[in-house]
Design a protein around this ligand. Structure first.
Ligand code: GLC
Ligand code: GLC
Length: 748
């Protein structure tokens, strides 16, 4: 679906204006756009006519409601025309924007009982259509774009709106649209509600046409839905359902801390963004066209970490989908298509960090739910029937994949890339436009990743616990040994003296070391290795984090590496294709910042952790919106780094792993409320000036009401559960039937 428009026309003098997503602002006296959980309200006043439209999708429906309320603020009666408009997509976004020689001749619509039906290609192999209905008697309609807009005109001044008269056009080829025309007379102070429904319907193949054998689409299934939602009272009821749905979801974790920006993000917007990234992965947004990437294997596993507490059942399903695309050798398709749930062959496999993320996702799911049975569920490889093994074995193969691919230093081979999609050490692309993601000109037997080593340790330690819970001592000991071995390798070849190195390239040269001229220190291995526990006890973690503070931290967040790459390096790949300060080339790649926050909490530095949290917190950054430029409630993938001309300018908001990772960092590491296999852990590492905070956390059917009270300057925790001392930091699972637990955590 393309743009959505509502135009108003004053029929006494022919003046018109738009009051929707793309208003002609100069014609408006007031304009506000307010987003809430699953809805948007756009309000405007022009020529003393107030228009407020609430756009939302009712829970469980394939339709969008536009509920318009018009109010006459004049002292006289108003004679107003309303024109709705929507541009239909011809179902295949790529074809729609390229294949004009065909698709200017395929468009078809029906106009029946005042409802516009868009049915391009329904006559052949499609069995789905769109419909656009309105609650009012129509003065006219249009379904052909040129008839509506007029020649050489745009959406800012459609000819039909200017004339005050629809042309009742029926699209046959060209560019189908939907537009209703409604005339209203509003007395002084009078309000009127008008409902539009924009819906989508799929019919069973055998019931496509009505009557059968005709070319007329079967509308029976939507008639009732249309009738239902054209009633304002049903619209209001649906909106209440949507509101309650979100109240329940957000209610699973609420906090009250001394910092309003923490509260706003944790309680509302960060959680909301986690839901959006979980659902959409990196498919469609303003920055993602929706026709390129499907569900990323590593992305979706990470998105799950910030979402699993909201709807664990959906997380379970996602885990099953992801694991079913895994390859027999433990590797993973880098992406899969959400509709077919099949691995994407064009991109293929070979991003060597991918499989390990599955272990972290499953660990998070187990900790949240205690659903150990999931590990015995049979799951195929590459969706091939007959290849099923228990999910547990998928996890084992995931880690074995790393162990089977060690390089000259015994560090994991990087393959096409690790978490950093742009560190393409086997690519060597010198052809313009070639994809860095799929081009591989080297065998890949030399280039190694310290990042994957850290990730492996983190994931292997989870496997140790998981195996132990399954009473599998052998597996547990084996993974413990593998993790220990990998740690030793990191200390031997991955430690640079003051920080963790990043990688070894195809020539066996180090990257992310003081021996490099550019790219001396990278953020990713510092975050992941310390998160995995490396150097926490012996001071080397502190050293690495001090180096991060010294070389990478800026007032707007922590940049990805320094010094930035000043030129394109054939042997490094896409990372050096970006101008310095942007994206992976020393931008503040926000996704990585929470790893440092988590690492800071591992060494007990709550002030530093929360300071980093605040630097990229969109709510806090509202103060500098002129610079930041993105929404003040949603994380962006990137904030320009210090090497860019506009440090602090954000880009690519919404679909980013930043959402889940920040959620994990603030809720689990800083506030320290973290699900564990055997209970809920309370282990805050908060700023020293905070005297405490309160939280409500729903966990395995119990509502935990937590008060954290500072008694001293440290982070040591003593727990009182229902007034009784509990040793350690994990609250054991209560007896069946207990619904509420009051917890006091003294820290000091
Ligand atoms: C993008 C990708 C993610 C990758 C990151 C760093 O956010 O979606 O998979 O890890 O870039 O390159
Ligand atoms: C580009 C981006 C990177 C993203 C990748 C996904 O390389 O720089 O952030 O992960 O595209 O294909």
């Amino acid at each position: 679906m393309g743009g959505r428009y509502i135009y108003l026309r004053d029929n006494t003098d022919g003046k018109f204006w738009s009051t929707s997503w793309m208003p002609v602002r100069s014609a408006l006296d007031e304009y506000t756009c307010r987003h809430g959980m699953g809805y948007t309200i756009i309000r405007s006043v022009s020529r003393q006519i107030e228009a407020e439209t609430c756009y939302f999708v009712p829970v469980g429906e394939n339709l969008e409601i536009w509920e318009l309320t018009l109010t006459n603020l004049r002292k006289t009666t108003a004679d107003i025309s309303i024109f709705s408009a929507v541009e239909f997509c011809l179902w295949d976004a790529s074809d729609d924007s390229t294949n004009f020689q065909r698709n200017f001749s395929t468009g078809q619509v029906e106009f029946v009982d005042e409802v516009i039906y868009h049915k391009t290609e329904y006559r052949e192999r499609r069995d789905h259509y769109a419909y656009f209905a309105c609650s009012e008697k129509l003065a006219g309609f249009d379904t052909q774009r040129e008839a509506f807009l007029g020649r050489y005109r745009g959406w800012d001044s459609p000819a039909v709106v200017e004339a005050g008269e629809s042309s009742d056009s029926i699209a046959y080829g060209w560019q189908p649209i939907g537009s209703h025309h409604i005339k209203v007379q509003l007395k002084t102070g009078e309000s009127k509600q008008i409902v539009f429904i924009l819906g989508y319907q799929e019919n069973p193949k055998e019931a496509k046409f009505d009557p059968p054998g005709s070319q007329v689409i079967n509308k029976k299934p939507v008639k009732r839905t249309i009738a239902k939602y054209l009633q304002p009272k049903n619209v209001e009821a649906a909106f209440d359902v949507l509101r309650d749905y979100w109240i329940e979801l957000l209610g699973k974790f609420q906090v009250n801390t001394p910092d309003e920006h923490t509260n706003r993000m944790v309680n509302i917007w960060n959680a909301y963004q986690c839901m959006i990234t979980f659902n959409l992965s990196r498919s469609a947004s303003y920055f993602e066209s929706g026709i390129g990437r499907g569900m990323g294997f590593r992305d979706s596993n990470q998105d799950l970490l910030g979402f699993v507490h909201m709807i664990p059942e959906s997380a379970r399903e996602r885990i099953m989908d992801l694991a079913a695309t895994q390859l027999g050798n433990g590797g993973a398709f880098h992406q899969y298509q959400p509709l077919t749930k099949r691995g994407n062959n064009d991109v293929g496999s070979g991003f060597n960090d991918d499989p390990a993320w599955l272990v972290l996702a499953v660990a998070a799911y187990l900790k949240e739910t205690g659903d150990w049975a999931i590990l015995d569920a049979p799951v195929p490889y590459e969706n091939e029937h007959g290849s099923e093994t228990p999910l547990y074995e998928h996890l084992q193969r995931s880690l074995q994949y790393t162990l089977d691919r060690l390089g000259p230093n015994n560090l994991p081979l990087i393959g096409r890339a690790d978490w950093n999609d742009c560190l393409n050490l086997n690519c060597f692309s010198d052809t313009p436009g070639q994809s860095f993601q799929t081009t591989t000109n080297k065998e890949g037997r030399v280039a190694e990743s310290v990042f994957i080593a850290g990730l492996f340790v983190l994931a292997a330690k989870e496997m140790v616990e998981i195996a132990r819970h399954r009473q599998n001592k052998g597996d547990s000991a084996k993974m413990q040994q593998a993790a220990r071995q990998m740690e030793e390798t990191v200390w031997k070849s991955g430690w640079d003296g003051e920080w963790f190195r990043r990688a070894y390239d195809d020539f066996g040269h180090v990257l992310g070391s003081k021996d490099n001229e550019e790219g001396q220190i990278f953020i990713e291995p510092q975050g992941i290795c310390i998160w995995a526990g490396l150097g926490v006890e012996d001071g080397r973690a502190k050293k690495a984090l001090d180096s991060v503070a010294k070389y990478l931290a800026t007032p707007h967040g922590i940049v990805l590496q320094q010094p930035a790459f000043s030129q394109y390096y054939l042997h490094l790949g896409e990372i050096s294709s970006y101008p310095p300060g942007y994206k992976e080339n020393a931008g503040i790649f926000c996704h990585t910042n929470p790893w440092i926050m988590i690492a800071e909490t591992k060494i007990g530095r709550g002030d530093q952790a929360h300071d980093y949290y605040t630097r990229i917190n969109p709510s806090k950054r509202e103060e500098i919106s002129e610079l930041h430029k993105c929404e003040p409630y949603v994380y962006s993938q990137m904030i320009a780094g210090r090497d860019a001309p506009t440090p602090g300018e954000a880009k690519n908001s919404w679909l980013s792993g930043t959402a889940a990772m920040n959620y994990v960092a603030i809720t689990q590491a800083i506030l320290g409320i973290q699900p564990q296999y055997d209970g809920l852990e309370i282990k805050p590492v908060i700023p020293s000036k905070w005297q405490g905070f309160e939280a409500i956390r729903h966990f395995r059917g119990v509502r935990y009401e937590v008060s954290v009270i500072r008694k001293g300057t440290g982070n040591r925790v003593s727990l009182l559960v229902e007034g009784k001392n509990v040793p350690g930091t994990v609250i054991p699972l209560p007896d069946q039937g207990v619904r509420i637990l009051k917890v006091t955590a003294y820290i000091g």
